[in-house]
Design a protein around this ligand. Structure first.
Ligand code: VGL
Ligand code: ZN
Length: 211
């Protein structure tokens, strides 16, 4: 029996933006392959939230803002270790736009994150300082919501961190694994799955829902 999706379930579609899709500035391999599957899954949900990575050009996570540093190197910041990325999802740029191939007209909220120049935010719930909240938990708490299902990009960064924080906020969180793709830099995917398991995040395949 497939998992029954109810009106109390929410699908969170993470960062399906042109910069994370093939041809983008921080392209995730196979990111385009999951678009049709996400569209099919979304038809089961009355509640859908989208997240959108949304950085100013002077963002602290961009290697270009740290002279002598290259993308995928790391630096220490007041809030901890930070991977440096190619410039991506600069606000108002084409790369920051959510893919027009995403067909989810009923999506009710787009939560932007990473707009603070000094703090990154992989998670849709809180910034990387682990203090500044985005308001997503407040939104969900005001709705009659039981379970969160997560899909999108990238499994090992924004999907994973959003899932762990959703579980920490008291939600029952499930990743639909084949509707995500990973960056997988320096062992990040294996680490992310371990952190998610420890955080109580469940994982299923789309066929468990679609039958
Ligand atoms: C992401 C790296 C930097 C993501 C966002 O969406 O997973 N990864 N910014
Ligand atoms: Zn980013």
């Amino acid at each position: 029996m497939p998992i029954a999706i109810t009106p109390q379930d929410v699908l969170i579609v993470v960062d399906m933006q042109y910069d994370f899709l093939p041809g983008g500035n921080l392209a995730v391999a196979g990111g385009d392959e999951i678009v049709p599957l996400i569209n099919t899954l979304a038809k089961k949900f009355t509640n859908v939230v989208l997240t959108q990575d949304w950085h100013p050009a002077n963002h602290i996570s961009f290697a270009s803002n740290h002279p002598g540093k290259n993308p995928f190197e790391t630096i220490e910041l007041p809030y901890g270790n930070q991977v440096l990325w190619p410039d991506h999802c600069v606000w108002m740029s084409h790369g920051a736009q959510i893919s027009a191939d995403l067909d989810i007209p009923q999506a009710q909220l787009i939560i932007r994150k990473g707009y603070n120049p000094r703090i990154d935010s992989y998670s849709g719930f809180q910034e990387a300082d682990r203090e500044t909240l985005t308001g997503l938990a407040g939104y969900l708490n005001e709705r009659d919501v039981d379970r969160l299902y997560m899909v999108g990009l990238a499994t090992d960064f924004c999907v994973g961190w959003t899932a762990i924080d959703g579980a920490a906020a008291g939600y029952d969180v499930t990743i639909i694994e084949d509707a995500t793709r990973a960056i997988d830099n320096a062992g990040s995917l294996e680490r992310a799955w371990a952190d998610m398991a420890e955080g109580g995040v469940e994982r299923v395949l789309s066929k468990d829902i679609l039958g």
